[in-house]
Design a binder for this molecule. Sequence first.
Ligand SMILES: [Fe+2]
Ligand SMILES: [Fe+2]
Length: 181
Amino acid sequence: MSVEMKFDVTVASIITPDDPSAPDLTTLNGRIHDLLDEWLVGAIEALTALDMASAQRAWNCVVWHIEAHHSAEDELILCHYEDQDIEDYPEGGLPELFQAEHKRLRELMDQCKLELDRIEQAPPHKQRRCMVERLEVFMRVRRLLEHHGLREQTHLYPRLDAKLSREEREFIAEELEAASL
Ligand SMILES: [Fe+2]
Ligand SMILES: [Fe+2]
């Protein structure tokens, strides 16, 4: 099965909410992050198989979705979260930390793109070693995205679910899903 085919199957099976009448932003963000992680692993899988055409295509797709998700969060989520009194933020839950992680992920993904090009351009007999030497930065993206998603699930989204009206959550859920997927 190609990477693109796997994406289509996964989108259809994950984004459908169990109960569309009760939007829960924490659950939705968790589903989006599960999907982003699956796509990320698919891209790394293609890279470690040295299927460079698939790896490049899958990586571009992953980056597009992560960027789209972060932009939607910057626009739709953090503005509501920043409404709170500053003393009220939990440790590890400051808005600037989430923004800093979005920025750091963007930097790491740019570095990954450069490394992908280097691996693709390496002589065939050196390509596997070149991939092994550069694999760590791809795993760093995965670890940071996982850490970032966990902090969102612990600090950010539950507070918004508790604070926002049902209508606000419905609007944000629709926009977040459309932008991220
Ligand atoms: Fe998120
Ligand atoms: Fe985020």
